[in-house]
Structures are given as structure tokens and as C-alpha cells.
Design a protein around this ligand. Structure first.
Ligand code: SF4
Length: 174
């Protein structure tokens, strides 16, 4: 386990990025429509005013959502604790960085999960190398914007290559 568990979500160190950036449609999981970049109408500061009764109020989708620590990492590591609520010019860069960091953290999650596979030593070294790069790097907004067309592709190719180790009954998860 790394010293800092980057996948641990800590909303107290975030700036409600999911409640700003993500879109949802009215339905079983959400009680109204929300566009990306539109602050949720249930938001007050960085807190949800219906946090204790989300499911009852028609928002089980919010209960189920977990950014895997991407929001708090973006706010603290990339923006030094600042918020789009204090400076509206940060709204777009914070949304973009949140999107990039979610992709980083999804891959950290998968690289950790691959620990249980019977990888050949050279593949496990590659896995650990990617993991170290994603976890230890201090990301800038620009690097996060570039992630999906650079390092993420390399990692996805690696994932494709290690599918041969995945037992048939688990192949849908990879
Ligand atoms: S209902 Fe609450 S948790 Fe869900 S998006 Fe709105 S403010 Fe965030």
C-alpha cells in the first residue's frame, strides 16, 4: 500500500468538483437534469445541502458516485487548495484537470487490481513502473490535459497485453 492512498476520496479537501463538472439526466438516479459545468442547485459552498438524505430526495446516483480521490488530489496538488468558487477563471481549468485526474485514478485502480494476476516478472515490473509514475508524479493541469493522448494510451496497450493472464470468468472486468 503506498504511503498516500491517492484513491481515498476526501470531500473535505475537494471543491465539490463532481457537483460542478459532471452532467446527469433526470431519472431513477437523479431528480433533475444538470449540465456539465453547471453548479448543482443543491450545492452550498462546497457542501451538498441534502447530503444526509440524497437517496430519499431522488439522488441515489450521487450516493453511488466515487471519484476515487481525483477531486481532492486536483484541488490540493494542482490548484494548491484554491476553488472555482473564489475565482471563476479557475472553473474551466479545474473541470479539465478533474476529468484528466479521473482517468489517471481509474488506471491506478486497474493497475492495483492487476496485482492478483499471475503476471510474468517483466509484466509485473511494468505494472509497478506505471503505478509509481501515476501515484508519485505531481501533476500539472497541462499534463493532465495531455494524459489521455499520451501515457494513458501506453497503459491501455499494456492492459490489452496482460488480458492473457485474466481467467475467462473474470475477462469481462478487464
Ligand atoms: S445533489 Fe448534492 S451530491 Fe448530488 S450533485 Fe447536487 S450537490 Fe452534489
Amino acid at each position: 500500500m503506498p504511503q498516500t492512498d491517492h484513491l481515498k476520496t476526501d470531500c473535505s479537501k475537494c471543491a465539490a468538483l463532481c457537483c460542478l463538472a459532471l452532467a446527469f439526466d433526470k431519472g431513477e438516479d437523479f431528480a433533475f437534469d444538470k449540465n456539465p459545468g453547471e453548479p448543482c442547485r443543491n450545492l452550498s459552498g462546497h457542501s451538498c445541502t441534502i447530503h444526509g438524505k440524497l437517496a430519499r430526495e431522488g439522488f441515489p446516483g450521487c450516493v453511488a458516485y466515487d471519484c476515487l480521490g481525483a477531486g481532492n488530489r486536483v484541488v490540493q496538488e494542482v490548484f494548491g487548495g484554491r476553488s472555482w468558487q473564489q475565482d471563476a477563471r479557475l472553473t474551466r481549468p479545474m473541470m479539465e484537470a478533474f476529468s484528466g485526474m479521473r482517468e489517471v485514478h481509474k488506471r491506478i485502480d486497474l493497475l492495483r487490481a492487476a496485482e492478483v494476476l499471475p503476471l510474468e516478472p517483466h509484466d509485473d515490473r511494468t505494472r509497478l513502473d506505471f503505478l509509481g509514475r501515476l501515484e508519485r508524479h505531481r501533476w500539472s493541469g497541462q499534463e493532465l490535459n495531455d494524459f489521455e493522448v499520451g501515457l494513458a494510451l501506453e497503459i491501455d496497450i499494456f492492459f490489452h497485453g496482460i488480458r492473457k493472464y485474466v481467467p475467462a470468468h473474470l475477462s469481462g472486468a478487464w
